[in-house]
Write a protein that binds this ligand. Structure first.
Ligand code: PEP
Ligand code: MN
Length: 348
């Protein structure tokens, strides 16, 4: 990672460092911050001669060498001061909430419009709504591109930014062109490296946020953080990590709740952690406890499936979605817990 003395290199200076690292088989990836730009050396950056030549340049302040498989997302990275903003919230500064339907029903758009208004009223910052759905059973509803218009109409009506899952290149283009603010990468695609790269490339020049779910069979935490690195490596590091439960081991829960990994993630990465209790426990009655547990464990936010009339919803909504009243109560209690947690941290 190259840190210049000024906030930004001139095109000539960028050309010079690009040429130097190019001689050693590396390339430069600028990471553009609001104030400062830093320059990641992508490739094997250990060559002493290359480092010496870069350090010898008058406009270079220093070179940081983090020996980490995820040097951008690592907590020791210079990006550690980077803050992700979404829905008017700077993550880490206040509890952040994404809420809305699992799946938008294109035949009954009013349910989604009503849900959108209700989750806003309950205090959510970003509205979620599934347009394209990854379904275990190939014969069930797979989503419908018509729902993208419904999602954006709900965004216009409420003023909330929106989150939706993308599974292939065409979805990325359609979602970004429509104005989707947060692209979700689902648990089934969390290790789909070509999709991660495609998302990284597509959002490189935008302020889009990515909600990266943890894979159902995700192994070590480093695998999860490295998946985020795939996206950040293209220049936009706005990746939020979203534990959502792993392969089920407890009779009764849809997945094995994994909100307890939050403090472990935070030891390794600066990335915000937004826990999804809905897919984790998979049943509306268990969602409030899981959500509060996540906040107690240090989560920066929650991603919760909610619906004005869950039994009339589609996808996961009949089973998992909480009603707006319950959502409001979760948010209210989670905010209190957030404040208590802060106090414990400050005391400790
Ligand atoms: C969803 O958010 O509706 C979803 C399918 O999530 P996951 O990828 O975590 O299963
Ligand atoms: Mn769902």
């Amino acid at each position: 990672m190259i840190l210049p003395k000024s906030n930004r290199l001139t095109p000539e200076q960028l050309g010079e460092i690009t040429a130097i690292v190019g001689e050693f088989g590396c390339r430069i990836q600028p990471i553009i911050g609001a104030v400062r730009t830093i320059y990641a050396i992508v490739g094997d950056e250990r060559d002493e001669l290359m480092i010496n030549r870069l350090e010898g340049l008058a406009y270079v302040d220093r070179i940081d060498r983090i020996q980490s498989p995820f040097k951008l997302m690592d907590k020791r990275s210079d990006l550690a001061t980077h803050r992700i903003k979404a829905g008017g919230v700077t993550l880490g500064e206040e509890l952040f909430v994404i809420a809305g339907a699992c799946t938008i029903d294109p035949k009954n758009p009013n349910y989604f419009y009503e849900t959108a208004a209700a989750v806003k009223e309950a205090g959510a910052h970003v509205l979620r709504g599934g347009v394209w759905k990854p379904r275990t059973n190939p014969y069930t509803f797979q989503g419908d591109v018509k729902s993208l218009d419904i999602l954006m109409e709900a965004s216009r009506r409420t003023g909330l930014p929106v989150d939706t899952e993308v599974m292939e290149d065409a979805h990325i283009t359609l979602a970004l062109d429509a104005g989707v603010h947060s692209l979700q990468i689902g648990a089934r695609n969390a290790l789909n490296y070509s999709l991660l790269r495609a998302v990284g490339r597509a959002i490189a020049e935008r302020d889009t946020v990515v909600l990266l779910k943890r894979s159902i069979h995700m192994g070590p935490l480093s695998e999860f953080i490295s998946a985020a690195e795939y996206i950040a490596a293209f220049g936009n590091p706005n990746v939020i990590l979203c534990p959502r439960g792993t392969a089920p081991t407890l009779d009764g829960y849809r997945n094995h709740p994994d909100e307890s990994i939050t403090p472990l993630l935070k030891e390794k990465t600066w990335a915000p952690v937004v826990v999804d209790p809905s897919h984790s426990v998979g049943k509306a009655i268990y969602v409030p406890a899981c959500a509060l547990a996540a906040v107690a464990y240090g989560a920066d936010g929650l991603c919760i499936e909610a619906h004005v009339n869950p039994s009339h919803g589609i996808g996961d909504d009949p089973k998992q979605a909480v009603t707006p009243d319950v959502l409001q109560e979760i948010i209210s209690q989670a905010k209190q817990l957030w404040t208590l947690r802060r106090r414990v941290h400050q005391a400790g």
